[in-house]
Design a protein around this ligand. Structure first.
Ligand SMILES: [Zn+2]
Length: 306
């Protein structure tokens, strides 16, 4: 999907409503009151009506457009913009591109889109071989917090982010040279660099049969509780650089990506990481990214595994 395709595919509001309606029916509309799944479409109300209890679900209800006055076409255009830009938009830039007056409306919707991106990626666990490292990224500090910072500790001005990369070693049949390809990434904001924090992440996001690769930090000295095999490498050596290749590339790209925005607060950091990771994990989707993002964006918000 690009902007020209968008104009051809969705020339007006009713073509957008028809599209979103059909997408929602395909996913299955579930009645909020009685959980029944059979619904009728009420054209004049732009709503689905439960055929068991007559409860109505509006076309926007539960989607990222819920509680906004935005026309469906503008919401769909926002999703198009977000899906076509690799670098990501600031909410202010998106507001300008959509020609909207209120910043908050755009900000709230963009926030929800990032939340659904995070939820989608949280469904999957990494497996086989996983590289793990931690990074510091710049964050916004408000004036009240500024006064409380201890001198000489630059790390207080940065958020800590755990980065995981699922990678596979491949051997070139001719030269015998080893290379590594990477599939999926996960990035999670963490409170501290303690072993316990890393262990909780591994339990939640990495399959227990994974070969985990980290640097030689003492944080990782005992992970037998949550992971089977664990290879520790000294970063800076050839072997260390090879084993942590993708996680280091991802960290450097993440830092560049975050420069697109003005400083991001600690509270919002995960939201931005979720967008970055969602697109990174779907980097080969091309035009299909729009369809995937639409499906995620209209999946009822109150379902956890949307
Ligand atoms: Zn019902």
């Amino acid at each position: 999907m690009n902007i020209v395709n968008f104009i051809n595919r969705f020339p007006d509001e009713s073509s957008c409503i028809e599209f979103i309606k059909n997408q929602r029916l395909q996913q299955g509309v579930i009645c909020k009151r009685c959980s029944f799944i059979k619904h009728y479409w009420l054209e004049n109300k732009k709503s689905f009506q439960c055929s068991a209890c007559s409860f109505r679900t509006s076309i926007k209800s539960g989607t990222v457009m819920e509680n906004s006055n935005l026309p469906i076409r503008i919401g769909t255009l926002a999703i198009t913009f977000i899906s076509v830009t690799k670098k990501g938009f600031s909410a202010a830039e998106l507001q300008r591109q959509l020609g909207l007056k209120r910043y908050e409306t755009v900000f709230r919707m963009y926030h929800k889109i990032r939340v659904v991106m995070g939820k989608r990626d949280n469904i999957y666990r990494l497996e086989d071989m996983v590289e793990y490292d931690e990074a510091f990224v710049g964050k916004a500090i408000n004036n009240r917090t500024k006064g409380k910072l201890k001198r000489g500790r630059g790390s207080q001005k940065r958020s800590k982010v755990a980065v995981m990369a699922e990678s596979t070693v491949l051997e070139d049949p001719d030269s015998g040279k080893l290379n590594k390809i990477c599939r999926y990434f996960k990035m999670k904001k963490i409170k501290n660099l303690e072993a316990k924090t890393a262990q909780l992440l591994f339990k939640e996001f990495i399959d227990e049969n994974t070969v985990l690769q980290t640097d030689k930090s003492t944080t990782f000295s005992d992970l037998s509780d949550c992971i089977d095999v664990h290879v520790r490498e000294i970063s800076g050596t050839n072997e260390g650089n090879f084993n942590l290749k993708w996680v280091h590339i991802a960290i450097s790209n993440l830092k560049k990506h975050l420069q697109t925005y003005h400083m991001i607060s600690e509270r919002m950091m995960q939201n931005y990481l979720d967008e970055f990771c969602y697109k990174l994990n779907r980097r080969y989707f091309g035009q299909k990214l729009f369809d995937r993002l639409i499906i995620a964006s209209i999946y009822p918000y109150w379902h956890d595994c949307g």
